[in-house]
Ligand binder design. Structure first.
Ligand code: L34
Length: 292
């Protein structure tokens, strides 16, 4: 069993980006600039956005954090999005999800200029991914593919099973593994709450991606020996022994599944840090497009 070290890989990627940024700046290019909109005070969102701001520093990017209380109206949020669309200094921006229930998330996502949509959530970028055109790819699945690439995990002809059909992880993950090339060329199955014979299917997975947000859901009896298991879950579970009062739990019963695996990602330190590194890759991709 080999552990896939997402934290170390993310660090390497950020250092590669920082080197490219220094060269860009030397060549007279503007420093890449990422903006983030954060609504409310959800603990997870606060942590993730703080990590994104810190990653910008590590990469030599300029960053702007725009905060709203969870009483913000949809119109105020749309106005903020339009302002960032029009701000020629900003290369890319994200609106951290989830948003409060009185706001239509899809409406916000569709208001973002696809050219600045470094989250890859806009239908234009989702559509480009699905027909193999270049565009921005959702950071979590892009980060997983980058791990498979950097760990030289063979994918051609393999059966990749994705558990979860979310727009931001499950569906784009399936599209990426379906693409021609390495990583890619997989036979892909997407499982979800309506799947009847889940265990029978997951047991045939060479690459199993768990992205459903249920702590410990994937148990040893669901995994084929020698499989590569990617754990996307980061659920906060109450834990009185922890200073924070919680611990992070993945979707995989790591203790019992890990011994069976060829490769496995831990939680924390697996997919999470790669989500952030991918966002940085998308941002420098956006910045490269401008002339100066
Ligand atoms: N708009 N909303 C938008 N873009 C995104 O790409 C996200 N996502 C998801 C939630 N909402 C979003 C994130 O940023 C999930 N996500 C994310 C980002 C980072 C980490 C986890 C999820 C992460 O860094 N996880 C660390 C542990 C962090 C902790 O201590 O809580 C890890 O090692 O897994």
């Amino acid at each position: 069993m080999e552990l896939i070290d997402g934290k170390a890989t993310a660090k390497t990627i950020k250092a590669e980006i920082a080197a490219e940024v220094e060269q860009m700046v030397k060549d007279g290019h503007k420093r890449p600039h990422l903006a983030a909109i954060l609504v409310g005070h959800d603990g997870g969102s606060e942590t993730y956005v703080a990590s994104k701001v810190k990653a910008c520093e590590e990469c030599g990017f300029q960053s702007t954090l725009i905060r709203f209380e969870d009483t913000v109206t949809e119109q105020e949020l749309l106005d903020a999005v339009h302002k960032l669309n029009d701000d020629t200094d900003v290369d890319g921006f994200i609106v951290q999800l989830p948003l409060p229930s009185h706001i239509d998330e899809q409406k916000i996502i569709e208001a973002v200029d696809p050219e600045k949509d470094v989250d890859g959530f806009h239908p234009v970028n989702v559509g480009k991914l699905s027909i193999g055109l270049p565009g921005f790819v959702s950071a979590t699945p892009a980060g997983i593919v980058e791990l498979l690439r950097r760990y030289n995990i063979p994918t051609r002809g393999k059966h990749c099973v994705v558990i979860g059909r979310s727009n931001i992880v499950g569906k784009p993950m399936a599209m990426l593994m379906l693409r021609k090339g390495q990583p890619g060329d997989c036979t892909v199955t997407v499982c979800h709450s309506g799947t009847g014979n889940l265990k029978e299917i997951t047991r045939t997975a060479d690459i199993l991606v768990a992205a459903l947000g249920k702590p410990g859901f994937v148990t040893a009896d669901m995994v084929k020996p020698g499989a590569t298991v990617i754990d996307v879950g980061t659920t906060r579970v109450p834990d009185a022994t922890k200073k924070s009062g919680f611990r992070l739990s993945g979707d995989v019963d790591f203790e019992n599944v890990a011994p069976l695996c060829e490769f496995i990602t831990p939680v924390p330190g697996g997919v999470g840090p790669m989500t952030i590194a991918s966002l940085m890759m998308n941002t420098i991709q956006a910045a490269r497009k401008r002339k100066r």
